[in-house]
Unconditional design. Structure first.
Length: 335
């Protein structure tokens, strides 16, 4: 038994000693890789030269597109077009460099791989690509320009910049809002400065007994004399309603479309029209309400002398006694 146990370890040692590490294959592989690298050195050098040339070509194309946009007064479109064309030229140069380094790879293989990769990239960056496409369409169609005052998504302000991903607007209180281009392109946008004139209106309530035609004439004359109100179209006053507290007249006038002009002219018109109507004796009523307190029960609802509120009952009742006591207390204080 002892001889068998001693023989087993000896066999294991002999088997391990018989393992011969074949390091020759490793060195052969490394040598083959080195030979392949040195054989490809001319191709790699040519590929680097091609990449450098395409890099300069991309910069030149971007510069030309940007200058063309500036000459046409469309700087943002020029910047976006220059960026897209620059990347397109660089991608073409990279693909050409790959075919030079590895001649076995054909341009068709690269385009096929690019098509599959573009689908995957499209799903991964769907929102980014959607905003980019919307930004390009906005820049091409130009529903508004930089400097226009717009309302979009509950935000109102002046357009600062239109980028490929978002549109930047500056609100009237000095804040910046970044709105994704897809939201602007799919939702309604109000462009306040799309035209050179903008109309404002205000409803004025006058007394029921006042002369409507005379009041309209005063309002039109006063509004027409305010600074900033355009003469064409001229201001107009239209009888608009017969309300419970008086007659309503709607005053309309036109100004420049910028927010500052609209707000300041609005204040001048309201002030001057009020002063003019008041000077002419036109009544400017305000809502009046009359509240009547009456007995909350009918005579048939029971004994009126037992009520705590309402009309005082005649005779000797708790309500009558409370009223008499109040009257006597007031008289004693006056005396």
């Amino acid at each position: 038994m002892e001889e068998e146990t001693e023989a087993a370890p000896r066999e294991d040692i002999d088997s391990l000693a018989g393992v011969d590490a074949d390091t020759g294959n490793i060195f052969e592989k490394l040598d083959a890789w080195a030979d392949g690298f040195f054989r490809l050195l001319p191709n790699i050098a040519v590929a680097i030269v091609v990449l450098v040339l395409f890099w300069f070509l991309a910069r030149g194309v971007a510069w030309l597109v940007r200058r063309s946009g500036q000459r046409r007064g469309r700087d943002n479109l020029g910047d976006v077009g220059a960026s897209l064309l620059r990347w397109l030229v660089l991608i073409i140069g990279f693909m050409l460099a790959v075919t030079i380094v590895a001649p076995s790879i054909t341009p068709g293989d690269l385009f096929a791989g690019l098509g599959i990769g573009s689908v995957a990239i499209g799903f991964a960056f769907k929102d980014i690509l959607q905003n980019m496409l919307a930004g390009i369409l906005i820049l091409i169609r130009q529903p508004f320009e930089v400097g226009d005052q717009i309302v979009s998504g509950g935000h109102e302000g002046t357009v600062e910049r239109i980028e490929t991903r978002a549109t930047l607007i500056k609100t009237y209180d000095g804040r910046r809002v970044v709105i994704p281009n897809s939201d602007i392109y799919t939702d309604a946008v109000v462009v306040n400065t799309a035209f050179d004139k903008r109309r404002s209106q205000y409803d004025v309530l006058i007394g029921c007994s006042d002369d409507i035609d005379a009041a309209c004439a005063v309002m039109v004359e006063t509004a027409g004399g305010c600074e900033g109100v355009l003469a064409d179209p001229a201001p107009e006053a239209i009888p608009w309603g017969m309300d419970a507290d008086g007659n309503t007249i709607r005053l309309r006038w036109w100004t420049a479309p910028a927010r500052a002009d609209v707000v300041h002219v609005w204040g001048r018109v309201i002030r001057d029209v009020y002063n003019a109507l008041d000077a002419k004796g036109v009544d400017l009523p305000y809502p009046t309400r009359m509240v009547l307190f009456h007995d909350q029960t009918e005579a048939t609802d029971g004994d009126r002398t037992a009520q705590r509120e309402g009309w005082p009952a005649k005779g000797d009742s708790p309500a009558a006694r409370r009223i008499e006591e109040a009257i006597r207390a007031g008289a004693s204080k006056q005396s």
